[in-house]
Design a protein around this ligand. Structure first.
Ligand SMILES: Cc1ncc(COP(=O)(O)O)c(C=O)c1O
Length: 344
């Protein structure tokens, strides 16, 4: 048995264990040396991923961070400016990789992770040696820090068109792209269509233990492949991991709707208990406010509920494959007990 089954872990949708069926797929995976391009399972995954987002090619990489960083590196030159939404993962949570590894400066535009064509146009630097050349606009969908919100489709269309008119390249950090697809009803190819590169993760809502992918034109993917090698991301008999990712794509996409329903139920319960709530959940994240955050955090943990703050006084709960509707009721019971004890 993995972990303590009585603990409800809402810290992140990365807190999943591979299912028995996923483990069986991994155990049965055909493998080869993927650095030689000879792992049949990796090749199958890459073809499947590319097809599912309507792109020509895909490359399997170890993490979402590497997916973003290899894509940005492929689309830029050292010293370029990248535009991204407020609190973008590529800026805030990737260890400064874009500047440390690729000499990129990232400037945020818009609010709450979203922006329009006018924001893009206003931020593009003039052709003047004082300014870094603006090269790429990076979108994040769903947007993690704003609570898993879906980038409004028409705004995304407006912003991507403006970026193209300005001669910029486009990257989509779609770590949770499938949550956006399921929540919006807009297909993955429709979300992906304007972008040169599209990254998404298997190890978040889809429940695989490892891995992400970058999709795009074959020409762009050659540069991504070179960047993956440079960053040490070449993997050998990676088919064991690819098999988990294939299983996730084939079995765990539609069920994301359950995670979204669980998030809505959790938000409604927390609101009923009188907590200040963040934006209404659109996918699998719930943001809420707690005055006595330190005590709440400790007390929740001691009662078997794991949940973390993402900012002072603001907690983020994330639903996922290993959290059932019953777990959500139990979590609400735990929070009610904590609130009754005077901590809120
Ligand atoms: C929006 C977004 N992009 C990228 C990543 C990076 O993924 P990884 O942790 O696999 O590097 C995350 C991780 O949570 C994320 O939320």
């Amino acid at each position: 048995m993995d972990g303590d089954p009585t603990v409800i872990d809402l810290r992140s949708d990365t807190q999943t264990r591979p299912t028995a069926a996923m483990r069986a797929a991994m155990a049965d995976a055909e493998v080869g040396d993927d650095v030689y391009g000879e792992d049949p399972s990796v090749n199958r995954l890459q073809e499947l991923a590319a097809r599912m987002v309507g792109k020509e090619a895909a490359l399997f990489v170890p993490s979402g961070t590497m997916a973003n960083q290899t894509a940005l590196r492929a689309l830029t030159r050292h010293g370029d400016l990248v535009l991204a939404g407020a609190d973008a993962h590529v800026l805030k949570y990737e260890g400064g990789a874009a500047s440390a590894l690729s000499g990129l400066q990232i400037q945020t535009i818009g609010e709450s992770g979203f922006f329009d064509g006018a924001d893009v146009r206003a931020a593009v630097t003039p052709d003047d040696s004082h300014f870094p050349p603006t090269r790429v606009v990076c979108f994040e969908n769903t947007h993690n820090y704003s609570g898993g919100r879906v980038f409004p489709f028409e705004r995304l269309k407006d912003a991507t068109s403006a970026a193209r008119e300005c001669g910029l390249s486009l990257h989509l950090d779609g770590a949770r792209l499938w949550n956006a697809v399921v929540a919006s009803g807009v297909s993955a190819p429709a979300w992906a269509e304007p972008f040169d590169t599209v990254a998404f993760c298997f190890s978040k809502g889809l429940g695989a233990p490892v891995g992400s992918v970058v999709c795009g034109k074959a020409s762009a993917l050659r540069s991504v492949h070179r960047a993956r090698k440079l960053l040490g991301g070449g993997m050998r008999q990676a088919g064991i991991l690819a098999a988990a990712a294939i299983h996730a794509l084939e079995n765990h996409v539609d069920r994301l709707a359950e995670d979204h329903a669980n998030a809505r139920r959790l938000a409604a319960g927390l609101a009923d208990l009188g907590f200040g709530m963040g934006p209404a959940p659109e996918t699998n994240m719930v943001l809420f406010d707690v005055d006595d955050a330190g005590a709440f955090h400790r007390e929740a943990r001691s009662r078997g509920l794991r949940i973390d703050p993402i900012a002072p006084g603001r907690f983020r709960a994330v639903t996922h494959l290993d959290v059932s509707a019953d777990d959500i009721e139990r979590a609400l019971g735990i929070v009610e007990g904590i609130a009754r004890s005077g901590i809120r």
